[in-house]
Design a protein around this ligand. Sequence first.
Ligand code: NAP
Length: 307
Amino acid sequence: MNIALGTIPFGTTVGQQDTFAILDRFHEAGGTMLDTANNYPFWVEGRSGDESELAIGAWLAARGNRDEIFISTKAGARPTVPGDTTLDSAEGLSAPAVAKAAEGSLRRLGTDYIDVYWAHIEDRSVPFEETLGAFNELAQQGKVRSIGASNIATWRLERARNVSATRGWLPYTYVQMRHTYLRPRPLAQLPEMGHRLVTDELLDYLAAEPDLTLWAYNTLMFGAYTRPERPIHDVYDHPGTTRRLAVLREVAKELGATPNQVVLAWLMADGIVPIVGVSTMAQLDEAIGAADLKLDTELRARMDSAS
Ligand SMILES: NC(=O)c1ccc[n+]([C@@H]2O[C@H](COP(=O)([O-])OP(=O)(O)OC[C@H]3O[C@@H](n4cnc5c(N)ncnc54)[C@H](OP(=O)(O)O)[C@@H]3O)[C@@H](O)[C@H]2O)c1
């Protein structure tokens, strides 16, 4: 299944028993990819940011299935001041910060390797040579199998990949950004700290770089496609949204699927890995239902052309 499970609420608002049940069901349905970070959910008062990784680590230990799971975790955005709920004291991406972050994640996850290790945010105070050198060292030590960049400008991603290529280091082969079917207004600001939206330039770059895979987050806009109490965010407030929502509902009806499932299928049809955050079994089942949903060329063209 080409869907990654988001894990922000695991170990906090979703307790251990429900976390285990959700992870069990996801895995039974063929899901392998789990997305976490070394700081989820530090922005919630009273949380350290250890919780999500610890919850996954506990499940992996209880099930003894580490080798069946693809773990994605991230470094760079963990506060260094305990209790800081902003990114002001973020650890950043210096070589010592990356090495320390990796040790912490490996310990909490109870594993000796990470399948894809991400730079969670940009740290422009550190040269790429230093960050990528640190990632490469982790790879040489067998602690990291592949690397990615999240919330990065496309020109910086291209530059980073060049640095790695020139030095023969492990390159970024994953990029993780906020992305969904609705298109944001250009230059619109997001309220969430550190989040960056996919741009047309990034999609163009991805089309030319077959070794690079996009993982998209906030694909379901916190449930706003289907939940009237969750309004669609302002960044999508323009006439194209009305047209996209109309096509989305039409296609969902024709396929006997839900709008959420069509959004996920639309992303997957382009080779994108959608990350889906769930807090209930019903939400998980809906996402799993998208894995088998195929959009033919005509439907995709209709969805793409609504703007
Ligand atoms: N790289 C980054 O900077 C970054 C940033 C953000 C997120 N992420 C990753 O992406 C994952 C998901 O992100 P996200 O939580 O921002 O976005 P999301 O997946 O769009 O939203 C998840 C929330 O949407 C609601 N939801 C999910 N499925 C639903 C359904 N079928 N029907 C109705 N509501 C549904 C649930 O809200 P309730 O729980 O309130 O019911 C759920 O917690 C995270 O867990 C994380 O792994 C990465």
